[in-house]
Write a protein that binds this ligand. Structure first.
Ligand code: ARG
Length: 468
């Protein structure tokens, strides 16, 4: 145990911190990953302090120079991190004072670790959001490309995981694209609330120095300074919001994963995933397991967990800053790592999917997937829909008995159930006719899929241009 009290706040203490308490309360082992953003915030703060005359220009320059050296030391792994110094902020400040002397102790003028950490996390999250934004765009792009390639590929569409009606594979892929497009919008929206600057709130009430928060906000690329100092140091809504949108995204990726897992099975046999996204079994030589989608499906759980941690962390906290808030970092960091990993895996894997068109077609042909088309045909011929439903039900029962799909029956066989059926019925009983007939916005017809893919491409380009 060190005999000295902590150099940053030990002035009023008569004994050193208990050794276990020191370890227990320290955050440096996880908040050190904020070092770039902590230094960036400190440089902006010092620059502002010099501009308003609280620091001299020489002091400002010494601080900026010292922080630059510290940043390089950390990058090179040469920085002497110390748990006794509690967190990333005090580690860097102590080193700065070691390097430049008393001027280093002036950096913290008009600032508190409370507004400092809130600023650091927002700067860090903003960068991570931008990286995630680019990965989401890459994933959407891959989905749109594959959908365009597979616009004519016919597969069974399911409800209750039972064959329902034929759809095109491109249509299915564009459904996935819609899910992640919503996630992308939510991410953009969340970024607006991340991009507000707490710095200047100091511990909770603001500071007596003549600070100019607009200068600091501009230097750090924030949209504006936070409006209220008490709220600024205690608000973690933005982290919860991020975890919430991340949970939705992972839920979507888990749904896609589930389908990929099903489709690669011998029972479905709809797609092939290249070997580089799969692994083998140590005991069963024939196995090729879809590990990447399985793992992504599994990782959704930890992200939901982090959302619950963050919500519970903030529940009932009185204003303003409380040490509880230190617990925001690990859930947030792990959420970011998980989201980035899953998105990268998906963005790499989607364009590599190989559709087994024959196998999909065969599956759609079995299972009476054009039964609704026959009912619609009868309605067009003047039969009431309920009666048409009954007639087709009887035809299907006959088909099951005879081992024949509707399209494989003769006209006579079909006419046993209704004399409204004519020669032209076979046009609607084919899979191609069935998908082509759903020819409206949002429908599965190949032409509609191509048009929808083009609209999706335009929407994505517009969103990416907004950011540029
Ligand atoms: N490590 C702290 C956190 O992560 C930094 C702020 C500490 N402020 C304080 N007064 N103890 O929230």
């Amino acid at each position: 145990m060190s005999q000295q009290t902590n150099q940053s706040w030990g002035g009023r203490f008569s004994e050193p911190t208990d050794a276990f308490v020191e370890q227990f309360t320290a955050s440096v082992n996880f908040d050190r990953r904020l070092f770039h953003h902590d230094i960036r915030g400190s440089i902006a703060h010092a620059t502002m302090l010099a501009r308003v005359g609280v620091l001299t220009l020489d002091e400002r320059d010494a601080i900026i120079q010292g922080l630059g050296e510290i940043e390089r030391e950390i990058e090179e792994g040469a920085f002497p991190w110390s748990v006794a110094l509690e967190d990333v902020h005090m580690n860097i400040e102590a080193r700065l004072t070691e390097k430049i002397g008393i001027t280093g102790k002036k950096l913290h003028t008009g600032r508190s670790r409370n507004d400092q950490i809130a600023t650091d996390i927002r700067l860090y999250l903003r960068d991570e959001i931008d990286a995630i934004d680019a990965e989401l765009a890459r994933l959407r792009d891959g989905l749109i490309e594959l959908a365009t390639r597979e616009a004519d590929t016919i597969m069974p569409g399911f409800t209750h995981l039972q064959t329902a009606q034929p759809v095109t594979f491109g249509h299915h892929l564009l459904a996935w694209q819609e899910m992640v497009a919503r996630d992308h919008e939510r991410l953009r929206d969340c970024r607006k609330r991340v991009n507000v600057m707490p710095l200047g709130a100091a511990a909770l009430a603001g500071t007596t120095y003549p600070i100019d928060r607009h200068v600091t906000a501009e230097l750090l690329g924030f949209e504006r300074p936070a409006e209220n100092s008490l709220d600024a140091v205690s608000d973690r809504d933005f982290a919860i919001e991020f975890a919430a949108l991340a949970s939705l995204l992972l839920m979507h990726l888990s749904r896609m994963s589930e389908e990929l897992v099903l489709w690669t099975s011998a029972q479905f046999d709809f797609i092939d995933l290249p070997d580089r996204f799969c692994t083998g079994s140590s005991i069963m030589p024939q196995k090729k397991n879809p590990d990447v989608p399985e793992l992504v499906r599994g990782k959704s759980g930890r992200v939901y967990g982090h959302l619950m941690s963050l919500l519970t962390l903030m529940k009932s906290q009185p204003l303003a800053y409380n040490k509880d808030n230190q617990e925001d970092k690990e859930p947030l960091f792990d959420t970011l790592d998980t989201v980035k990993g899953c998105l990268r895996a998906f963005a790499d894997m989607i364009p590599a999917i190989e559709a087994k068109a024959d196998s999909m077609y065969e599956a759609a042909r079995r299972g009476f997937s054009t039964a609704t088309d026959l009912a619609d045909y009868l309605v067009r011929a003047g039969v009431a829909f309920r009666d048409a439903h009954e007639i087709v039900g009887q035809s299907v029962a006959y088909g099951i008995e005879q081992g024949k799909d509707l399209s494989e029956m003769t006209l006579e066989e079909l006419r046993q159930f209704s004399d409204a059926i004519g020669e032209d019925v076979f046009e609607v009983l084919t899979l191609e006719g069935s998908v082509a007939a759903r020819n409206h916005i949002g429908g599965t017809a190949p032409d509609q899929v191509r048009a929808a893919a083009q609209r999706a491409r335009d929407a994505l380009s517009a969103l990416m241009e907004e950011r540029a």
